[in-house]
Design a protein around this ligand. Structure first.
Ligand SMILES: [Cu+2]
Length: 142
C-alpha cells in the first residue's frame, strides 16, 4: 500500500487536491522550479456545497476509535446526493462495494463527490483500513 505519511493538516488542505491523484512517475525535468507561486488562502479552497451530506470520518485525534458520523444514511431511490467527506486526522476511505463507491481521504482532507442512488437496498459502508476496528456503517436506499 501507499505510504500514509501524515502531512501537516494545513499544508495538506492546500496541496492534497493537486497531488492526490498524481502518480509520482515523472518528475525528471522541471526547468523553472516554481519560484514564485502565489499562495492561496487555505480556507476558501474547502467550500462545501449547499445541501451536501456531510460525513465526518472520525478518529478522535488518532486515538484509534474509528467511526463514520453519521454511520447510518438513508436516501430515496433516484436521489442525487452530494457528499462532503472529511477525514479527521488520519487516512480513511468511504467504501461501498455493491455501489462501486470507493472514496479516499487523506488526513484533514474533505472530499466532495456526487452519487445517484438508483436501486433500493441496504448497503454496507466501510473504511478499508479500519473495517476490522469497527469503522462500518450502513446506507439505506428506499
Ligand atoms: Cu478509517
Amino acid at each position: 500500500m501507499k505510504n500514509k505519511t501524515i502531512v501537516g493538516v494545513l499544508s495538506a488542505l492546500i496541496v492534497t487536491s493537486s497531488i492526490a491523484c498524481g502518480s509520482s512517475g515523472e518528475e525528471a525535468e522541471s526547468p523553472s522550479s516554481a519560484a514564485q507561486t502565489t499562495k492561496e488562502p487555505p480556507a476558501a479552497a474547502l467550500s462545501i456545497p449547499e445541501g451536501a451530506v456531510q460525513v465526518i470520518n472520525k478518529d478522535v485525534g488518532g486515538s484509534g476509535k474509528y467511526e463514520f458520523d453519521p454511520k447510518k444514511l438513508t436516501f430515496e431511490v433516484g436521489q442525487e446526493v452530494t457528499f462532503a467527506l472529511t477525514a479527521e486526522t488520519e487516512f480513511h476511505t468511504f467504501t461501498v462495494n455493491e455501489l462501486g463507491i470507493d472514496q479516499e481521504m487523506d488526513a484533514g482532507e474533505t472530499k466532495i463527490f456526487n452519487f445517484t442512488f438508483s436501486k433500493a437496498g441496504v448497503y454496507k459502508l466501510f473504511c478499508i483500513p479500519h473495517e476490522s476496528l469497527g469503522m462500518v456503517g450502513e446506507i439505506v436506499v428506499e
